[in-house]
Design a protein. Structure first.
Length: 140
């Protein structure tokens, strides 16, 4: 009987030690993940390494369609959404527009129950349409 009590106490001690080590490890790893650097649209701290904005080095092109146009510029691999130009006469409007600079930029145009989303990236320094998605909104 005394052996069983000693085994149970030893097992309980091992469980407490293992759980304590696990909690300490997760806490340490969680702290390092939370401090992993800038996320999203945060501004880089060193201005010399900041991505370009509209300027003289930008190679610009306009992606056009029934929705209007999306003018995008490239400076190397960085894309800059310069301007979203909806065809207002045909009823198109800009729903969202990502100016960048980023590895790709996008714009969403809508008319009635229809939307068109454009995603543009820079290929060898020139704006290139990566994807154009058309969506029909369900009648409500």
């Amino acid at each position: 009987m005394r052996r069983r009590v000693l085994y149970a106490a030893g097992w309980l001690l091992a469980v407490v030690v293992a759980v304590s080590i696990g909690v300490a490890t997760v806490t340490a790893v969680g702290a390092s993940v939370r401090g992993r650097g800038p996320v999203g649209q945060e501004v880089p701290k060193d201005a010399s390494t900041a991505p370009p904005t509209a300027g003289p080095n930008l190679v610009e092109e306009t992606i056009s369609g029934e929705f209007g146009g999306f003018r995008v510029g490239c400076d190397g691999v960085y894309a800059v959404g310069v301007e979203a130009l909806p065809d207002e006469a045909a009823g198109w409007r800009v729903v969202s527009f990502e100016p960048g600079p980023d590895d790709d930029v996008d714009a969403v145009f809508a008319r009635g129950g229809r939307s068109i989303e454009l995603e543009v990236f820079c290929n060898q320094g020139r704006p290139t349409l990566a994807e154009m998605e058309e969506h029909e909104l369900a009648d409500e």
